[in-house]
Design a protein around this ligand. Sequence first.
Ligand code: FAD
Length: 351
Amino acid sequence: MNQFCYGVVADRLNLNVEEFKRGLELGAFPADIVSEYGARICYNSIGKMYSNPGFAYKLVDAGHMDVFEHGHVTLMVDRDAVDGMRPFQSWFSNNKYASMYGNDGVVYFTASLRVWHSMVNVLPYEILLLLSKYTRLFDSMVETPLRDIEDANALQYPTYGEHFYENSHETSFGATVDLIKLHLPVPEHVPVPEAVFATFLVRGISRACSHQFVRHRLLSFSQMSQRYVDAMFGENIDVDTIEFLDTVRNNIVIPPSVIAHGRENEFVATAANSYRTYVQLRKAGLRKEDARFLLPNATKTDLVVTGNLFAWNHFLSLRDAKDAQWEIREVASAIGKFLTEYVSWYVWYNA
Ligand SMILES: Cc1cc2nc3c(=O)[nH]c(=O)nc-3n(C[C@H](O)[C@H](O)[C@H](O)COP(=O)(O)OP(=O)(O)OC[C@H]3O[C@@H](n4cnc5c(N)ncnc54)[C@H](O)[C@@H]3O)c2cc1C
């Protein structure tokens, strides 16, 4: 390998998320772990993490490339060498999702796996080899398993997998927000907001809230699928029991104002009617994707969301604000607290 290329591994994973710890112990790469986690959220199959070595290729084949927006790799290249990489440099600098920045004679290239993958045809061989040391996405494209070759020049800082974040922030309505990955590749004295990516796991928000969330086009989302995941988590449930009502209550977000107005039972009963028919349609052989048309906006969902500091700042300026709807405001507030704590050099909310 040439002298001028270095890998920069800068991911901090939340080791309270059991699957991340296990992945690192298994030798998986952070960028791949987070991408698979995003995909598993869609299919409600977190328990199957790492069980299928071909999982990434299946996702590529299926065109489910958005999950690779959660994992990032930053490479550092000597500035002199960058001149010899013109086509690559030009592609990279023209990609609005990629970030190129420099410091002390070196150039940093930060991008998600999706972006790196999209440029595969213009990647200099040295870059491709180096990438294959930080993700398995390029395994089939290099002739030698490069990560086994000792490269004395490869810098790896800071090492990943040593970081614990605070436990979840819990909202007043029971949803949880966890910072699950921070990609912080820049040296502290060269803050580049576009190159710092934070990924959150948000559980238990309503579909009404998630719809507002996904309107933010600069963020990347993987959301639990209502086509592949059954809304009642088991169709054998008896719809005429008290337990059914409890299950419905647990499956929906009930706005505090509904409770304050003493209308909670009515709210749950109306939702239960939809869920009851949902289960009956499923038993009659209808697909989840059609039965779900009946489910209320209150239905809970989980998602993984990634964005750079610029995108998060914009999101927070709109949603951690007094005009924002209460549910997304609480989620935004939790996200803002994590970001101000862990990316303290950034001045927030000045968008
Ligand atoms: C209080 C409130 C009320 C709302 N009410 C409604 C409503 O009634 N109906 C409704 O439909 N939506 C509503 N929204 C959603 C709102 O219209 C936006 O879709 C959402 O807030 C995302 O904002 P954004 O487009 O600025 O952010 P993002 O999509 O995250 O984009 C971030 C920034 O990137 C740039 N950008 C991204 N894509 C483009 C592009 N294609 N062209 C040019 N620039 C781009 C812009 O500078 C943009 O500000 C509401 C939002 C809020 C906060």
